[in-house]
Design a binder for this molecule. Structure first.
Ligand SMILES: [Ca+2]
Length: 289
């Protein structure tokens, strides 16, 4: 038997058969914008509160603030260091050079121990925060990009959308989470910092910092920091990278690779939706820093 012709829209037959379906569809459509609004990250604007000098030769890969000083991990083969830096002058107070075959990456401090990642060496160095003396070294699989901690676990990025949670005593993986903005994985997660209960992350090759809920991986906020440097300054530098939080005085510091300045900024949520998520390449394309 031949299949009947498709029913033309507008016929009584269509109305009778599809009204419940139409009602269901309309209900679903009505619900969509509400869900989207709930899931959309807050958009933040920035205000510059202070500007400090930053070593324009520092290829910043890790940044933190601890007990009155900045600590910085710099990258590039032959130039990688761990540094204690004066905030006000930008001067390097104490430094430990990494071997020429190491490329410094993410940096965090747990108690008196500094943990510094390397990019493709698969090695993390643990140093005393006072003397910067090497205490231990641990190995881990994959690339190391950003590093932070939530008080009990290290949180590590590797340029993908995945964050790994590691045991600080041995860097053994405990768990992982995929970071998503409205359901879409956000690749290129780079330097990290815990600010209260949110993880802040640089997004490689963008001027954005995103705020991440670690339990769900959901991006809850996005801050566009473009314009911190003048176009002339920016032309001489690499990307925005480096977030440090002074929890005692609630100061937020940001800088970038080879940037001549380090900024104390405040972030203020703005009403309205974010702009569409920036288009980023595949994880393969983000394979080299
Ligand atoms: Ca940091």
């Amino acid at each position: 038997m031949a299949r009947p012709d498709p029913v033309l829209p507008g016929s009584a037959h269509v109305h009778r058969l599809t009204l419940p379906a139409v009602a269901l569809l309309l209900t679903a459509l009505a619900a969509l914008p509400i869900d989207a609004a709930e899931d959309a990250p807050l958009r933040y604007d920035y205000t510059v509160l202070n500007v400090y000098p930053h070593d324009p030769r520092a290829f910043t890969q890790g940044l933190l603030y601890r007990a009155g000083h900045l600590y910085e991990s710099t990258g590039r083969y032959g130039e990688s260091e761990l540094r204690r830096v004066s905030l006000e002058t930008g001067r390097v107070v104490k430094r430990r050079r990494l071997g020429r075959r190491y490329f410094g990456e993410g940096l965090t401090a747990m108690d008196d121990r500094l943990v510094q990642l390397t990019w493709r060496n698969g090695v993390a160095f643990v140093r005393d925060a006072g003397s910067l003396a090497l205490l231990e070294r641990f190995e881990y699989p994959g690339e190391g990009w950003g590093l932070a901690h939530d008080g009990r676990r290290l949180i590590m990025s590797d340029g993908s959308a995945v964050l790994r949670f590691l045991n600080p005593a041995g860097l053994v993986e405990l768990d992982r989470v995929t970071v998503r903005d409205r359901g879409r994985p956000l690749v290129g997660l780079n330097e990290l910092e815990m600010v209260d209960d949110l993880l802040y992350a640089n997004v490689w090759q963008t001027d954005e910092i995103v705020m991440i809920d670690l339990a769900s991986g959901r991006v809850t906020g996005r801050a566009d920091l473009s314009g911190l440097l003048t176009p002339a300054e920016r032309a001489e530098t690499d990307v925005l990278n480096g977030i440090a939080w002074d929890a005692d005085d609630r100061r937020l510091f940001v800088t970038g690779k080879l940037w001549p300045k380090l900024f104390e900024i405040s972030l203020t949520p703005q009403p309205g939706p974010t702009r569409p998520q920036q288009q980023l390449g595949s994880e393969q394309e983000l394979g080299s820093e």
